[in-house]
Design a protein around this ligand. Structure first.
Ligand code: NAP
Length: 640
């Protein structure tokens, strides 16, 4: 950047805590993260610091001189600060003293040396040779499947990915409804090792996400390892050969069976649309479709439209379609909690992109700030206080405070429509269901004269529309289901037959469980990503979870390669004990509270989706498989 004025503009959009941390790297002077400049801790913000304008101006002016010098000489004095300096930088950027137990976890997440515990560790030639003999089948080429492919290539393990769609991207390929976008900050919702400095928005629209994953697939040359438009119909463990026999069926009807040493499922949790069991569903004579199967050929202009559901998907598409339809009836059973995020639809300023690209370590610290303030730092706000005897609309004091803040933000948006107020402020605790990001467009849509929020229960669907409990038949031309997914039916449609001919779905009996979300006793060399109890409600990006899971799975393959064992299988006691702890811990959070029903709970009322501990706990638990947790089986020697 030659133009000084341009640098000034870039600095105007700088995230100051990240900028100051970057200055420590470049200058080698830890004085940049001094206590007077410590930013306020403001989760969900753009990074407002609470610093006086003149202090901010002083920081920018000083940083400008350093950046200009750096652009001239490209010298970074302290690429890898350690010890007290690194800790001070974390506390500073985090806006609070980060507890000591987080230091190694956050250092790994920061990966300022460029190395991470998530990189496959297959250095020794003997290990590499053994790894090359393994063949792995990965099911799904979405975010987790691509990640698995990348890590397996890096480890030198042979693999193939099977994908039912014609392209990569998973949920970001399939969900194309109007307004679809990521609701996690994009600079964190990306692989830790593949930052994208060019995200156009803080929470970019779906086509940008798809482009990112397609770009990563191209960069790592993964497409040649993917069998598209093919389904895995069944997996059968062959005891004698210690292999999985995998039955594949192409969309063209062609069937094939392949044998592999291990299988990784990367099929997501939110991929089977859920159409509610309402009387008359299917009799509607107009056009009807689910949000995840959006019919772009159905022109909604001037139509009478009904939307069932007000979850995260409807929350995004209702404001998009409301201006073009004649009338819109939104059928709400439970309102969503919105968290005020004014920059939800905002562009990332060009100056910010420039800083991410050109100022060394600025990107790392910006991600660190997002990671801390929106993940572990945020979690205490949805924790249930033991013996809580406050209102049942919250689960603890911090949760009540968060609720009051969010409720006030909702109320402030409907002052001119007080009739809406009782129907848009949820009565369940915040964090009970997935909270959505509120920049005003949702309630803006509900306030439109052509939009009606209907809270009467739906009793049936008729050929003409929807009948509610008050007996009114709401006639519409188009019916859109924003009714979510059959999330707790893990691996539905996939028959998995393990040791002794036992089928996974019989074992689960509708109540899917796994050890660390990944492994099940009786199913050797079978790993799930985003399996039972690995979802997060308010704290962070699911990509973090997938990265941890893949590290662990690659670690399990390493165990096979190292020991020459043919099969690795989690011990029943380890699996069962883990699940007892998970169930107990889930009760301690807003999403586990008794009065809340959501897709996080299965038909038995058990929270089958969510991880009830901190991210740090998943990170620690998945650093590497613990030998003691598994039975490793050697193949019997052939009889001479
Ligand atoms: P969802 O959150 O499960 O919402 C389904 C909606 O349909 C709820 O409002 C539900 O009401 C309602 N519903 C279900 N059956 C009904 C019935 N019989 N009568 C009336 N209403 C009914 O589904 P989703 O919106 O598709 O979102 C699912 C998940 O996908 C989210 O939680 C999120 O994790 C993910 N997602 C992410 C993004 C993103 O990152 N941008 C976007 C969309 C979705 P109740 O609440 O009363 O059950």
């Amino acid at each position: 950047m030659d133009d000084e004025a341009e640098l000034d503009r870039a600095l105007e959009s700088a995230h100051l805590p990240a900028l100051l941390a970057a200055m420590v790297h470049i200058t080698g002077d830890a004085g940049w993260v001094k206590s007077e400049w410590t930013p306020a801790y403001v989760p969900l913000s753009r990074g407002e610091t609470g610093l006086a304008p003149e202090v901010q101006a002083e920081i920018r002016a000083k940083a400008k001189t350093v950046i200009q010098a750096y652009l001239a000489d490209r010298v970074v004095k302290t690429p890898s600060p350690e010890g007290a300096t690194l800790r001070a930088m974390m506390d500073f950027v985090g806006g609070m003293p980060v507890p000591e137990e987080y230091a190694d976890f956050l250092t790994d997440e920061l990966a300022i040396s460029g190395k991470s515990s998530k990189d496959p560790q297959f250095e020794q030639p003997t290990l590499q040779a053994a790894a090359r003999k393994l063949k792995v089948l990965v099911i799904g080429a979405g975010m987790s499947g691509l990640l698995t492919g990348i890590r397996l290539s890096q480890a030198g393990v042979d693999f193939e990915i099977v994908e039912s769609n014609p392209d990569v991207g998973g949920t970001w390929l399939v969900n194309t409804y109007p307004g679809c976008r990521v609701d996690n900050s994009n600079h964190m919702y990306s692989y830790s090792f593949e930052p994208n400095h060019g995200w156009p928005q803080h929470f970019s629209p779906q086509p940008e996400l798809l482009k990112y994953f397609q770009g990563v697939a191209a960069k790592y040359d993964l497409k040649k390892r993917i069998r598209f438009e093919t389904r895995v119909e069944s997996l059968t463990w062959d005891e004698a050969g210690s292999v999985w026999r995998v039955a594949l069926k192409g969309n063209d009807g062609r069937a094939e069976t392949v044998e592999v040493n291990a299988v990784v499922t990367a099929v997501g949790q939110l991929n089977t649309p859920r159409i509610p069991q309402i009387e008359g569903v299917g009799t509607f004579e107009g056009r009807a479709f689910h949000s995840a199967e959006w019919r772009h050929d159905v022109d909604l202009t001037g139509k009478r439209v009904a939307v069932i559901g007000t979850g995260a998907s409807a929350y995004q598409f209702v404001p998009e379609i409301a201006p073009k339809v004649a009338t819109l009836k939104v059928f709400q059973r439970t309102p969503p909690w919105g968290l005020p995020v004014p920059h939800y639809h905002e562009d990332v300023p060009e100056g910010m992109k420039w800083l991410l690209d050109h100022v060394p370590y600025y990107d790392k610290w910006y991600r660190f700030w997002l990671f801390w303030t929106t993940t572990e730092g945020f979690l205490p706000m949805v924790k249930a206080d033991e013996g809580w005897n406050g209102p049942p609309t919250a689960v603890g004091a911090a949760n009540l405070e968060l609720r009051e803040m969010a409720a006030a933000a909702l109320a402030a948006q409907v002052t001119e429509r007080p009739d809406l107020l009782p129907n848009v402020v949820p009565t369940y605790p915040l964090g009970g269901k997935r909270a959505v990001l509120d920049n005003g467009v949702w309630l803006g849509a509900l306030k439109r004269p052509n939009v009606e929020l209907i809270t009467q229960a739906i009793v049936k669907v008729t050929p003409k529309g929807v009948v509610t409990a008050d007996g009114v038949e709401h006639e519409v031309d188009v019916l859109i289901y924003g009714t979510g997914f059959t999330a707790s039916k893990f691996l539905s449609g996939l028959k998995v037959t393990g040791r002794g001919g036992r089928e996974l779905h019989d074992v689960w009996a509708g109540d899917a469980r796994a050890y660390l979300g990944m492994t099940s006793p009786g199913f050797p060399n079978f790993f799930m990503i985003y399996g039972p109890n690995t979802n997060i409600v308010v704290n962070g990006s699911i990509i973090f979870f997938s990265e941890c899971s893949v590290r662990y799975i690659v670690g399990a393959l390493r165990l096979l390669a190292e020991t020459g064992a043919k099969a690795i299988e989690v011990k029943t006691a380890v699996h069962d004990d883990f699940n007892i702890r998970v169930d107990e811990a889930n009760k301690g959070w807003a999403w586990g509270s008794a009065g809340v029903s959501s897709w996080y709970k299965n038909e038995f009322g058990r929270v089958s989706q969510n991880w009830p501990f901190g991210l740090i706990d998943y990170w620690r638990a998945t650093l590497a498989p613990n030998w003691d947790d598994f039975v490793l089986t050697k193949q019997p020697e052939p009889v001479a």
